[in-house]
Design a protein around this ligand. Structure first.
Ligand code: SF4
Length: 694
C-alpha cells in the first residue's frame, strides 16, 4: 500500500491455494492489485487467512509468466513464439494427424485441481467428446483418488461429510495423516480454538506435528506409527471398540448393512488384530492405542480429519474405508460435530473430481457403463461417447513408452515434478508426438512439450471452486488475463479448432450445463452464488439451500457399508542398502511444487527442501544440522541438507517437495494404491549419506 497507494475498488474472490477455500477482498488501485484482505463474510474462513492466501499472489505478475503461445516440432528445438491462431492450427493439425493414424485411444489429457469447475468440466468434455477418448485423468489421482473410492464404497458419495463449522460441536478430534497447521492453516485455527475450549485431540502421524503440542493445546494421544501401517492401527482401534463393547448398536442396526457389519466385526475381533499383536508392526504402544480408541468411541462427538498421509499409500483406499468403518461403528456420522473429513490439498480438488475428471466416470461420479447417464450426456453434447473407461495417467505414460499413446493435453499441472518416479514420467512424455502444456510458467513438464499455451491465474478469471466441505464458491475476475484469454476460453478455442462448435460466452453458461447434467449441482447457478456467496452440494429440490452435513437421515447409498480392510504391508521394504523410511509433506509458506509460492515474496521463508532426521540416525552417519546429504532410493537419488530433529522417530526421515532443485520425487517409487493407483509417496526405503552438495 505504501508503494502503490490506497485502494480504489475491490473484488470478492476465492483463494487458489488450499482446500479450505478462504474468501478474500482483492483491493485494487487502477489495474494494480494492492492487497488481499480476508473477507469476514466468507463462510469457510470468517475473516481469517494464512500467509499464502494473504501475501503469495505476486506470481501473477512475475517476470517468468509466459503470455504468448509457443510451439516447436521436436523437444530438442528452441521454442517459437506464435500467434494464438498459429498455435491452435499447429496443435489441431497434430491432434487430427495422430487421431487419423493411431485412433482416438492415442489421445488424452489431464485436468487441474487449480482450475475452476467450469474449466475442468470443459477439459473432460474436450477429451471425451472431441478427442473421442475417455483418457482423462486429474492431479487428484496423486492425492485424493482413494478418498473418492473409499467414501463412495462405504457411504455412497465421494466427499467429506461435514462443514468446517461442525468442528465447534466436536468433543474428540482424530487427526490422521494430516498436518493442518501447515497444510490447512485456517481450519487448524478453528480446530485449535475448539481444543482450547476443552475438546480432546488424538493425532496419528509418524511425525510429531505442531498440533501434538502447541501453545494451550496438547494432544491427549499421539500415536507415532511406522509409515505404511495406517490400516493396522485403525484395525487395532476397531478391535478395541468391538471387543470392549463400545460399538453403537442402535446406529449400526438402523443405519448400516448389518450382515456386512457382522462379518467386519468378526474380522476385527480376531486376536491377530489386537493392539498388542500389532505393536511390533505399528510400533505404537498398545496401551496408548487402546486409550485412544476408548476416547474416540466414548468421548462424545468424534470427528475424523485426514490428509495425504492416509491416501498416498499402497493401501490408501483401504485406509479411507477403515476410517469410515470406525466412524460408523461408533455412530459418528450424520450430525454436527462428527464425520469423516478429508482435508483436500488443492483449492479445487473436490471440484475436479466432481466434474468427471476420471477415466471411468462422467461428472457427478456416474460410471460410463450407466447407459441412462451416458445417453443423457450424448444427447446434450450431440456426440456418441465410448462406454469403456479410458487410461489413468500412469497407464497413459506406460502406453506412450509402448508406442500406443501419442498426445496429451495437460492443464495446470507439472507432472514431471508432482508425479512419482520422475524418470518414468520423463520416459513417457519424451515418447509422445505431441505434448501440450497449458500453464502459467515454463514448468519442468514443458521441457518435454511441443506446444505451450499460456494460462491465466485465478485473479484473471470467472468461475467457481469447490472446497473441502463441498462449498461451491465464486471466483471473480480481478484483472484482465495477461495472455488475453481465460483458461476455459483456450479449451473452447482448441475444441473449435478441432471441429466442435462450442459457443460459451461466460462461465455461467458452463455452470448451467453442469447443473443440467449433474444432480448434486442441480440447484446451482451463477446468479444464485452472487446472491448467497456460496452453497454446499448437494443442492437440489430436496436440499434447495445446500447440505452442510451429509448422511443425516440415511447414507447416500442407502445403508452404510462396513468393508473388511486387511492390513497388507507395502512391497517397499527397508533392508541393508536402504535402511530408512522416507515420508514427505509440505510447509506453511510453500505450496506443492512451489510454482506459485516460489515466485512470491514468501520465498524468503523457506528457500530449500530439508531432510529431517532423528539425532541418533544423524550421529550414526556423522551428520550434523545443515550438512549436505545424498538421499538415495532404489529409484534415484538427490541432494539436500539435513535438519537434525526428534520430530521424526529413529529410522524415519522426512522432506518436502517444493523445490525443483531437490526433485524429491526422483526417489519415490512406482508403488501405488491397489484401487486407484494413487502413488505411495509416503513410504520410500532410502539411505542417507554425507555429501559435498549438488
Ligand atoms: Fe488460502 Fe488455504 Fe491459506 Fe485459506 S488457509 S488463505 S484457502 S491457503
Amino acid at each position: 500500500v505504501k508503494e502503490i497507494g490506497l485502494p480504489e475498488r475491490s473484488v470478492v474472490t476465492t483463494c487458489a491455494y488450499c482446500g479450505v477455500g478462504c474468501t478474500f477482498r482483492a483491493e485494487l488501485r487502477g489495474e494494480q492489485l494492492v492487497r488481499m484482505v480476508p473477507y469476514k463474510d466468507g463462510k469457510a474462513n470468517r475473516g481469517h487467512s494464512c500467509v499464502k492466501g494473504r501475501f503469495a499472489y505476486g506470481y501473477a505478475n512475475h517476470q517468468d509468466r509466459i503470455t504468448s503461445p509457443m510451439v516447436r516440432d521436436s523437444i530438442d528445438q528452441p521454442w517459437r513464439e506464435v500467434t494464438w491462431e498459429e498455435a491452435l492450427e499447429f496443435t489441431s493439425n497434430k491432434i487430427k494427424g495422430i487421431k487419423e493414424q493411431h485412433g482416438a485411444g492415442a489421445l488424452g489429457g489431464i485436468t487441474s485441481s487449480r482450475c475452476t469447475n467450469e474449466e475442468t468440466f470443459l477439459v473432460q468434455k474436450l477429451i471425451r467428446s472431441v478427442f473421442g477418448a475417455n483418457n482423462v485423468d486429474t492431479c487428484a489421482r496423486v492425492c485424493h483418488s482413494p478418498t473418492g473410492y473409499g467414501l463412495k464404497t462405504t457411504f455412497g458419495t465421494s466427499a467429506g461429510t461435514q462443514d468446517f463449522d461442525s468442528v465447534q460441536h466436536t468433543d474428540v478430534a482424530l487427526v490422521i495423516g494430516a498436518n493442518p497447521t501447515d497444510g490447512h492453516p485456517v481450519f487448524a485455527s478453528r480446530l485449535k480454538k475448539r481444543l482450547r475450549e476443552g475438546a480432546k485431540l488424538i493425532v496419528i502421524d509418524p511425525r510429531r506435528i505442531d498440533l501434538v503440542r502447541t501453545p494451550h493445546v496438547e494432544a491427549a494421544h499421539h500415536l507415532p506409527l511406522q509409515p505404511g501401517t495406517n490400516v493396522a492401527v485403525l484395525t487395532a482401534m476397531a478391535h478395541v471398540i468391538v471387543t470392549e463393547g463400545l460399538e453403537n448398536r442402535k446406529f449400526i442396526e438402523e443405519r448400516c448393512e448389518v450382515d456386512a457389519y457382522e462379518e467386519w466385526a468378526r474380522f476385527v475381533s480376531d486376536e491377530r488384530h489386537s493392539p498388542e499383536t500389532l505393536e511390533p508392526v505399528t510400533r505404537v504402544p498398545a496401551d496408548d492405542l487402546r486409550a485412544a480408541a476408548r476416547l474416540y468411541a466414548t468421548g462424545g462427538n468424534g470427528a475424523i480429519y485426514y490428509g495425504l498421509g492416509v491416501t498416498e499409500h499402497s493401501q490408501g483406499s483401504s485406509t479411507v474405508m477403515a476410517i469410515a468403518n470406525l466412524a460408523m461403528v461408533t455412530g459418528n456420522i450424520g450430525r454436527k460435530g462428527v464425520g469423516v473429513n478429508p482435508l483436500r490439498g488443492q483449492n479445487n480438488v473436490q471440484g475436479a473430481c466432481d466434474m468427471g475428471s476420471f477415466p471411468h466416470e462422467l461428472p457427478g461420479y456416474r460410471h460410463l457403463s450407466d447407459s441412462v447417464t451416458r445417453e443423457m450426456f450424448e444427447k446434450d453434447w450431440g456426440v456418441s461417447l465410448d462406454p469403456n473407461p479410458g487410461l489413468r495417467i500412469n497407464n497413459m505414460l506406460d502406453a506412450a513408452v509402448d508406442g500406443t499413446f501419442k498426445a496429451i493435453y495437460i492443464q495446470g499441472e507439472d507432472i514431471l515434478q508432482s508425479d512419482p518416479n520422475t524418470q518414468h514420467v520423463a520416459d513417457g512424455l519424451s515418447a509422445m508426438d505431441c505434448v501440450i502444456v497449458h500453464d502459467l510458467f515454463l514448468n519442468e513438464t514443458a521441457n518435454y512439450a511441443h506446444v505451450f499455451l499460456p494460462g491465466s491465474t485465478f485473479l484473471e478469471k470467472n468461475g467457481t471452486f469447490t472446497n473441502a466441505e463441498r462449498r461451491i464458491q465464486p471466483v471473480r475476475k480481478v484483472m484482465e488475463p495477461a495472455n488475453g484469454y481465460e483458461d476455459w476460453e483456450v479449451t473452447q478455442l482448441l475444441a473449435n479448432a478441432l471441429g466442435a462448435e462450442w459457443q460459451y460466452e461466460h462461465p455461467s453458461e458452463i455452470l448451467d450445463e453442469i447443473a443440467r447434467l449433474t444432480g448434486s449441482f442441480a440447484g446451482v447457478s451463477w446468479d444464485m452464488l452472487q446472491e448467497r456467496g456460496s452453497v454446499q452440494w448437494p443442492v437440489n429440490e430436496t436440499h434447495p439451500d445446500g447440505s452442510p452435513v451429509m448422511h443425516m437421515e440415511g447414507f447416500v447409498r442407502g445403508k452404510g457399508l462396513f468393508v473388511v480392510t486387511d492390513y497388507v504391508p507395502t512391497d517397499e521394504k527397508t533392508g541393508p542398502r536402504f535402511p530408512l523410511l522416507l515420508t514427505t509433506g509440505r510447509i506453511l509458506s510453500q505450496y506443492n511444487v512451489g510454482a506459485q509460492t516460489r515466485r512470491t515474496a514468501n520465498t524468503v521463508w523457506h528457500e530449500e527442501d530439508l531432510l529431517e532426521m532423528h539425532p541418533a540416525d544423524a550421529e550414526n552417519r556423522g551428520l550434523k544440522d545443515g550438512d549436505w546429504t545424498k538421499l538415495a532410493s532404489r529409484t534415484g537419488e538427490t541432494t539436500l541438507r539435513v535438519k537434525v530433529t526428534d520430530r521424526v522417530a529413529p529410522g524415519v526421515v522426512y522432506t518436502t517437495f517444493h523445490h525443483p532443485a531437490t526433485q524429491a520425487n526422483v526417489v519415490t517409487t512406482d508403488y501405488s494404491d491397489w484401487a486407484t493407483n494413487c502413488p505411495e509417496y509416503k513410504v520410500t526405503a532410502v539411505q542417507v549419506m554425507p555429501s559435498n552438495g549438488p
